[in-house]
Design a protein around this ligand. Structure first.
Ligand SMILES: Nc1ncnc2c1ncn2[C@@H]1O[C@H](COP(=O)(O)OP(=O)(O)OP(=O)(O)O)[C@@H](O)[C@H]1O
Ligand SMILES: [Mg+2]
Length: 264
């Protein structure tokens, strides 16, 4: 489903701020793979997601999604194929628009302009159904402005929007990190339900090692712009946090002691 081959990225090449963020990344995902990505600060996790989404051009390498070469496609074209949820709950939704309007916008993702605007009765019924499944009572507030919602409610809505029109790939970049622990748990459960339940292909960055082990069928560890560990299936299920810590230590020669991963 996703084939990332030999992708490298250096920011600010040739300046004092030159930073090699990704080095020769190779990652192939099967359809239905749900991979969790862990790694210290600055390891290149977000940059990898941004490469797939086309936020910045790559220095070299190729990215194919479902057989389509995305390598030179602009961000807006890739957006039609991808679902994305970021760390910041304020980013994925339009605050001044209603819940149902946001959903209608998501349902029209990738379609040409000129479409008649408005939420049809059928759409409204579907959104009611989908919102109800979140279990947050949002189905009773469909004409409320999104700006009135809590961070967790907004993030759950963003997740629903990102998957309303089935994406070829769902990108989740620490999408629960800004939420309180209880809300984060709830949004994570919803994520698992949606991704696993609908057999979506997804990449989820997290700094919580327990979650990285418990969720998904594959785990990738990054360090200094490289993939240093990639496990799946039974081997992944058997992993312990201590195993991951040992890998980190090995990769960074103990330099991760201040990492926030240790705090979670
Ligand atoms: N737009 C940019 N311009 C310059 N440097 C950047 C840019 N984006 C990322 N970098 C640098 O690339 C490296 C990788 O950053 P990235 O955001 O991918 O890390 P990360 O693994 O997501 O870390 P975190 O866990 O802190 O989110 C870092 O050194 C970062 O400073
Ligand atoms: Mg990041």
């Amino acid at each position: 489903m996703l084939k990332i081959s030999h992708v490298s990225k250096t920011f600010n090449k040739g300046t004092v701020n030159e930073k090699k963020a990704l080095t020769d990344i190779r990652l192939h995902l099967e359809k239905g793979d749900f991979v969790t990505i862990i790694g210290g600060n600055g390891a290149g996790k977000s940059t990898l997601m941004n490469m797939v989404a086309g936020v910045y051009p790559m220095d070299c390498g190729t990215i194919f999604l479902d057989g389509v070469n995305l390598s030179r496609e602009p961000e807006y074209k890739r957006a039609a194929l991808l679902g994305r949820v970021f760390q910041d709950p304020m980013m994925g939704t339009a605050a001044s628009m209603q819940i149902e309007e946001n959903l209608a916008l998501a349902a029209r993702r990738g379609r040409r302009r000129g479409l008649r605007w408005g939420v049809t009765r059928e759409e409204r019924a579907r959104y009611h159904e989908e919102l109800k499944r979140l279990g947050l009572g949002l189905e009773e507030r469909m004409t409320a402005k999104v700006g009135l919602l809590s961070g967790g409610q907004r993030q759950a809505l963003t997740l629903l929007m990102a998957t309303l029109k089935e994406p070829k790939l769902l990108l989740l970049d620490e999408h629960t990190a800004a939420l309180d622990p209880k809300t984060a748990r709830k949004v994570l459960e919803l994520t698992d339900e949606i991704v696993t339940g609908r057999h979506l292909t997804a990449m989820m960055v997290t700094h919580n090692m327990k979650d990285a082990i418990a969720i998904g069928n594959r785990l990738v560890m990054m360090s200094e712009g490289r993939i240093i560990y990639d496990v799946k299936g039974e081997e992944k299920k058997r992993l312990k946090v201590a195993d991951l810590l040992a890998k980190f230590e090995e990769a960074s020669a103990g330099a991760f002691a201040n990492d926030r991963m240790l705090l979670s």
